[in-house]
Ligand binder design. Structure first.
Ligand code: GSH
Length: 219
């Protein structure tokens, strides 16, 4: 029995996408991290970080969205799973890469392009954050220029993890036209039926009244 904690407009959507790709039934506990529900003793016993998502699989408790997806890929196998040690190494590499090289500047760009209330947006911060994205975006663009997907010719958990973080690109209008292979690949990934929820999720992200509020939620 799988139980996923976290509202779809949080990073829980990454795991929901994976569970849907795998066609796995799961119990969804859509707790909302804005109302204190992630700080209750009951939830802290599941994820002591007080963050969502968390996944419980028959008593195994996991946090960290991207590593949950790597676990699900490995456990339930199928086309999304790495086929050998080399593919597994690359799936891990791209997952760490997106979390460390992309996620933070992307959130900062998205916050200053869209997520902050208009009066709190700082175009200079948005430009600076987009500038920081140039190096990782050039890396993935050049990688995807010679292959359709990150591990080669099929969509895998590596694509899912990276694209799930990059859902903020179209949501916030982060410019990626300079990176044609990245643009093409991201479109293809986000159009997958199991990713369909990203659109409604995207446009219901609440805008807290203060910059500090947004940073507390997303960074
Ligand atoms: N690295 C974690 C980040 C989880 C995270 O920051 N979740 C946010 C929602 S998207 C959260 O729970 N924020 C509430 C808080 O920090 O109190 C992951 O990818 O699972």
């Amino acid at each position: 029995m799988l139980t996923l904690y976290g509202h779809p407009f949080s990073r829980a959507h990454r795991v929901m996408w994976m569970l849907k790709e795998l066609g796995l039934p799961f119990e969804h506990v859509p707790i909302d991290f804005r109302g204190g529900a992630t700080r209750t003793p009951a939830y802290l016993a599941i994820n002591p970080n007080g963050r969502v998502p968390a996944l419980v699989d028959d008593g195994l408790v996991l946090f960290e969205s991207l590593s949950i997806n790597l676990y699900l890929a490995r456990k339930f196998a199928g086309a999304l799973a790495p086929r050998d040690l080399v593919e597994e190494a690359h799936a891990t590499q791209w997952s760490f890469w997106v979390a460390t090289e992309v996620e933070k500047p992307l959130l900062l760009a998205a916050a200053n392009l869209l997520l902050f209330p208009e009066s709190g947006r700082d175009p200079a911060q948005a430009t600076m954050a987009c500038g920081k994205l140039d190096r990782p975006f050039r890396v993935i663009d050049s990688h995807l220029a010679t292959r359709p997907f990150l591990l080669g010719d099929r969509f895998t958990v590596a694509d899912l993890n990276v694209a799930a973080v990059m859902t903020l690109v179209p949501i916030a209008g982060v410019p990626i036209t300079f990176y044609p292979a990245l643009s093409r690949w991201l479109d293809i990934c986000l159009q997958r039926p199991a990713a369909a929820d990203w659109k409604p999720i995207a446009f219901t992200i609440p805008r807290p009244p203060t910059e500090a509020g947004v940073l507390a939620m997303f960074v």
